[in-house]
Ligand binder design. Structure first.
Ligand SMILES: [Mg+2]
Length: 126
């Protein structure tokens, strides 16, 4: 199943009206994210850390921990620390993406094109 086939299946399951052309719209400026993912993965490997299918859960937990640190920084009113903790979370996420060799640029475009077709607040309260 190609990414486009998966996207079409997801759209049908959610009953969202979107054409294959709209699904593949690349108007979002995501250029460089795949390269960043590869760079972060190479950096992580050079530092001796491993990211693979067997430690995916712990890597997700570590990403959560960075977001929690950002939340604590926000509670303290420390905007600078909050930004750096959010950067840590992105670094961990992009490493996870790079380790898989996934096309995050295509995935973000698809999800944003899909989100664009959803109602205000996606039909929910928040
Ligand atoms: Mg941190």
């Amino acid at each position: 199943m190609t990414n486009l086939d998966y996207a079409i299946k997801l759209v049908k399951d959610r009953k969202i009206e979107i054409t294959p052309e709209e699904i593949q719209d690349r108007r979002w400026d995501v250029h460089g994210l795949n390269n960043l993912s590869k760079q972060l993965t190479m950096w992580r490997e050079a530092k001796g850390f491993e990211t693979n299918k067997s430690n995916f859960a712990s890597k997700i937990a570590l990403t959560h921990s960075e977001l929690s640190e950002a939340l604590e920084a926000d509670r303290k009113g420390d905007e600078e620390e909050k930004l750096f903790e959010l950067a840590d979370a992105f670094i961990r996420l992009f490493d996870l993406i790079g380790a898989n060799g996934s096309d995050i640029e295509e995935a973000i475009c698809f999800k944003m094109n899909l989100n664009d077709k959803r109602p205000e607040r996606h039909g929910k309260r928040y």
